[in-house]
Each structure stands twice: as C-alpha cells, then as structure tokens.
Design a protein around this ligand. Structure first.
Ligand code: AMP
Ligand code: MG
Length: 384
C-alpha cells in the first residue's frame, strides 16, 4: 500500500518522523494530560499495543464475517459478539502480559464469570480456538493456550485503574451494536500512567481508508489503525500494512461549514439535543451517525469537525469508551471536554465523572461549541 494516495485524500498528513526517546510535552488544551513535564517515551508500549489491537481486530473481523454470512443467525443471538468480545480481550491481555510480565494491570470491560457457568463450555472452546488461531497467525508466539489460560487472561482485566501506577485500559469491542449490524466498531486500547492517558490505539476494521464523506473515492478499502503517544502526534495506517501517515483534525473555523458525528444509537446520545446545538451553531450538514470510538478516529483525520455525545440522564461513562479516542484526537490537534468545558479525568477509576456529556472539536471551534451547548441545555431545562 502506497502512502501517496493517502496524502492526496488527507492533505494534512506527513510522513512518520523517527520516534524520539525522550520528549517534552508542552501544556496544551489536551484533556488527557497536563502540566509541563519531561515526558517518558512509551514507544515499546505503543508497539505492543498496536500489535495486540491488530491481532484482536483480525479475530473480530473473522467472527463478523461468519456472522454476516450465516443464514441461520437469529437477530437476537448475541453469541457472535460474545465470542469476539471475550476473544479480543483474552488476546490483548495475553499479548500485553507477554510483553510486560513485570508490571501488568488491565482495566477492561469483560470478566469470565458467565463463561465459568454450567453450559458455557462450548462457548469457551470456540473462544479458545479463535484466540489460538489468531496467535498462530503471528510468528512471535509459539504457544497454544488452554481454556483455563484463556479464562485467566480475560480475568486479568479486573483492575480498577486510578491515579497511581500504570494501567492498560481496554474495550475489546466498542460498538457491539454496530458489530452485530455489520457496521462500525473498534478495538480501543490505551495506557494510563499516573492517571493520565499516555498512549492510545484504535483499531477500526470497517472504517474506509478514505474519508467517510468522500463518496467518489476510487478506493473502497477498509480497516484503519489509529495510534498516538503523548507529545508525539497521531497517526493512521491501514490495518494490513505499515505505511503510516500523520493525521490532523479539521481546521474548519466557521461552524456553518462543520459537520458533526454522534452515536448511531439514540439510546446512547440525545439526538434532539445535538440537533438543537447544531442549529444554534448554524451547522448545515446532517449528523453523521456511527457506532463506537471510530468517531474519534474519523474526527482525528478531519472527516468531520465536531463530535457530540450527550447521554440520557443517569448514564455513567466508562474510561474504556474514551481513553484511546481522547488521546488520538488531542494528539491530532483536537480538544476533548465534558459538556461544561472541563477536561476529562481518567484518574478516578473505571468511571468518568462528567458534567452532562462529552464534546470534541478543534481548538478554534471549542469555545463556540461550549457556548452553544450551554445555551441549548438551558433552553431544554426551561423550554419557555
Ligand atoms: P456509541 O457507539 O458511540 O454509541 O458508544 C458505544 C458505547 O456506548 C458502548 O460501548 C457502551 O459502553 C456505551 N453505552 C451503553 N449504554 C449507553 C447509554 N445508555 N448511554 C450512553 N452510552 C452507552
Ligand atoms: Mg464500549
């Protein structure tokens, strides 16, 4: 795969610079980290994270393909997503433990409780086979895991995270509804160091390599891997190749020219509220509704300029739904905040304590977006 066509469709991209062993991270509007520090290099961790997420993406692709080809699959049968979810988590957990045996802590969505119940053996066998097949496709690991190894790997994701030490943060399949529909989903992996997100990887197996709003592109290949390390910028490569390009968020300054992303699922984000906000901003384009943190990836390369996530009252956001996406966008020059304009705090454990929702855009548009969100929330609270 040549990166030249990528340069044509994403004019902001530049070739990957050589990694620096130690770098300064300047204070920025990035909500994933703060203060001037001599930053650590996380190159080794990033390499391992890319490998783990890519292997997991391959596993998920295989399951989704057989799901879509199956005529007998019942609409309500969630077993494919179950198998892929657990398989992805086991694989990522195993790879990271192999690479970093001394210090390992993982905050992840799944645990093996249901898999240890009576009647789950067939499911566990299917997951184990998938994980072993995926490992066999990579020359680094000449091992065959037992079902107990797989269950243990899944259960290694029980850490609570927090403000001390290092913790990997994983959503093995973000956007399970999209996965079942044959649509967008992501494998989202990030690393927290002392409560700050220091690297993130988003594997997006169904995201086109060309901008999603470019219907005339001759290239219809899908499968993108986004990755970012604190202070090092954001990059994208095809899932099946190593040709890397730097990505940057849209530079749009006039909100009328901005298009915005939101959840496909109305249950996950209030579409009526985002529509009101878009109206206030003068946004002309209709919302682009897609599942999962693919939205962060697409925004990081300028496919759209705004992402609004406004969950219904009472919903508590989990760190694995935002950590990787947050650093990919901020390192691409964007800003991620809660609806009141506060940076996201990943140091409090599994949950993000937020004011109302999450908004994402470039630095120029953020103040205008915060204002429109505030006015719309006030209007909604007192409709007269
Ligand atoms: P998205 O595809 O962007 O809508 O986000 C998918 C994520 O939304 C899933 O991984 C869930 O963790 C999360 N989610 C589940 N239920 C809700 C809800 N009621 N409101 C907001 N997000 C939710
Ligand atoms: Mg999720």
């Amino acid at each position: 795969m040549s990166i030249n066509w990528l340069r044509v469709v994403f004019p902001s991209i530049i070739k990957l610079p050589p990694p620096l062993p130690l770098r300064y991270s300047s204070p920025s509007s990035c909500s994933c980290f703060s203060s001037v520090v001599v930053a650590m290099s996380y190159d080794k961790e990033l390499t391992a994270a890319k490998k783990a997420a890519s292997l997991a993406a391959r596993l998920c692709q295989k399951v989704q393909k057989s799901l879509l080809q199956s005529d007998v699959q019942s609409k309500n049968d969630r077993s494919p997503v179950t198998v892929a979810d657990y398989g992805s988590q086991a694989l990522v957990s195993f790879v990271l433990q192999q690479e970093f045996p001394a210090e390992f802590s993982l905050v992840a969505e799944e645990d093996s409780k249901d898999l240890r119940k009576d009647g789950a053996q067939e499911l566990v066998d299917r997951i184990t086979k998938l994980v072993n097949d995926s490992l066999a496709s990579d020359e680094s690991y000449s091992v065959t895991l037992s079902t107990e190894d797989v269950l243990k790997a899944i259960d290694s994701g029980k850490s609570e995270g927090g403000s001390q030490g290092r913790h990997w943060v994983l959503d093995p399949i973000d956007g399970t509804k999209g996965f079942l529909r044959g649509g967008q989903y992501a494998i989202a992996l990030a690393l927290l160091d002392r409560g700050k997100v220091v690297l993130g990887v988003l594997a997006c197996p169904n995201l086109p390599l060309t901008p999603i709003n470019d219907q005339h592109s001759p290239n219809n290949e899908v499968g993108c891997l986004f990755f970012a390390e604190v202070g090092g910028g954001s990059y994208m490569q095809p899932l099946d190749s190593s040709s890397t390009v730097k990505v940057q968020v849209s530079g749009v300054e006039n909100p009328e020219e901005a298009s915005f992303f939101e959840s496909y699922e109305a249950a996950h984000s209030m579409h009526d509220l985002s529509s009101l906000i878009a109206q206030k901003l003068g946004v002309k384009a209709p919302p682009v509704r897609i599942d999962s943190q693919v939205k962060y990836g697409a925004l990081s390369r300028g496919d759209g300029a705004i992402y609004m996530r406004l969950p219904h009252k009472g919903y508590r956001e989990k760190i694995w739904d935002h950590a990787a996406g947050c650093i990919v966008v901020t390192e691409a020059g964007g800003v991620v905040m809660d609806a009141a304009g506060n940076p996201l705090d990943f140091s409090k454990g599994k949950f993000l304590d937020l004011d109302t929702g999450i908004i994402v855009t470039n630095q120029k548009l953020m103040p205008i977006l915060i204002k429109a969100v505030r006015e719309s929330l006030e209007e909604k609270a007192s409709p007269l």
